[in-house]
Ligand binder design. Structure first.
Ligand code: NAI
Length: 349
């Protein structure tokens, strides 16, 4: 963990990011001020915004700031598809060994497809097919005649994420962990993950129930009855796909927060991307990033403030019915920010 956070001023790196990033970051920073959050921001650039400034998508001052503070709130970063630079999100995870990706998905708006969804997905964040060992083999006249990708899961990496997930379950009063894998086909790559997680689970017998599912069956069962899941523990790629699926079960990407946790640093962000289709139009939903900020407050032991944000979000969405377009409402980013500020002020009065 990142040390003790007793102080009332905690330095943290703030990365506005690309696309809708600066709009939702500005909203969240205002709301964090209203809740009297302890963060003292060190604003740094990454992604396309950094390329425009310094030609480097992940400049050294940004890395140094995160290394110094061990804590960051990050707007989404655009990654060019195919060519161009490698995903900055993946590089940040690797640089700071952010091995655990934690993505909660909870029903916030009743009357949607499912009620009472309350799932936390814990994804291994450094290994698997994300290691980027890829190459092409020329065949005949085609230099890209075949593409090869290798995945790596280690026993130590699997043990570390499994330990994190079981400790998380105990700390947060969660009852069951479902280990998700594809060990029937990828017998070595995901077999080692399943075997190691089951082994770690034995230490928690009587405290946390252990279950396991093949990823395709899990994807279907999530759609049929998501309430059967509590904590899902899975590998990097499956976690990426399933976490977007669980966001969809509870109203879409505009509500889903995520945390990337390592031994010496933690980076909090929305699950969604930079949404270039709506960037600059003032209609982005800031709630996913605000929920990530609430997780950041929990992380630095300011749980009451995190809870205040969650309550304000609930009241704005449900009591006030103020919702952005992604939630079938008409509110702008400014409208929802104003509503959240009002609710936070009332809760703190
Ligand atoms: P996206 O998540 O940016 O957008 C998908 C759809 O959801 C779009 O229609 C968008 O308008 C909508 N949406 C997303 N967030 C929203 C919000 N807060 N409020 C209202 N609507 C919202 O995914 P897409 O288009 O696949 O990716 C765009 C870029 O973002 C890519 O370059 C991708 O690599 C990057 N990305 C970055 C992530 C990060 O920094 N953590 C995560 C995912 C994608």
């Amino acid at each position: 963990m990142v040390g003790s956070y007793s102080s009332h001023s905690i330095p943290a790196t703030l990365i506005p990011g690309d696309g809708i990033g600066p709009e939702i970051v500005a909203s969240v920073v205002q709301i964090l001020e209203a809740v009297d959050a302890p963060f003292v921001w060190d604003i740094q650039q990454a992604g396309m915004a950094a390329v425009q400034e310094s030609l480097d998508p992940l400049p050294d001052p940004t890395l140094q700031s995160i290394r110094r503070n061990g804590l960051a709130l990050k707007g989404p970063l655009t990654t060019p598809v195919g060519g161009g630079f490698r995903s900055i999100n993946v590089r940040l995870r690797e640089e700071f060994k952010l091995y655990a990706n934690v993505r909660p998905a909870q029903t916030l708006i009743p009357g949607g497809r499912y009620e009472d969804v309350d799932i936390v997905l814990i994804r291994e964040n450094l290994e698997g097919l994300y290691v980027g060992f890829e190459h092409y083999i020329p065949i005949d006249n085609d230099p890209h005649g075949a593409a090869i990708s290798s995945g790596i899961n280690t026993r130590a990496g699997s043990r570390r994420i499994a330990r994190y997930a079981f400790e998380y379950a105990v700390k947060h009063g969660r009852k069951k962990i479902t280990i998700v894998h594809k060990a029937n086909i990828l017998k070595a790559l995901t077999g080692i993950f399943l075997e190691t997680a089951l082994e770690v689970g034995k230490d928690y017998a009587g405290r946390v129930q252990v279950d396991e599912r093949i990823v395709d069956a899990c994807a279907m069962q999530l759609v049929l009855d998501p309430t059967q899941f509590d904590v899902i523990l899975t590998t990097n790629l499956f976690g990426d796909i399933l976490s977007d699926e669980i966001s969809g079960l509870v109203g879409g990407l505009g509500l889903a927060p995520g945390a990337n946790i390592g031994e010496h640093a933690a980076i909090f962000e929305a699950v969604h991307g930079s949404a270039p289709d709506i960037a600059g139009r003032g209609i982005a939903n800031p709630i996913a990033l605000l929920s990530a900020a609430a997780m950041m407050l929990d992380h630095v032991d300011h749980q009451a403030k995190g809870q205040c944000l969650r309550q304000a979000i609930h009241e704005v969405l449900i009591t006030d019915g103020v919702r952005t377009r992604d939630l079938k409402g008409h509110a702008t980013t400014q409208d929802i920010t104003t509503a959240l500020l009002k609710r936070v002020a009332a809760l703190r009065a």
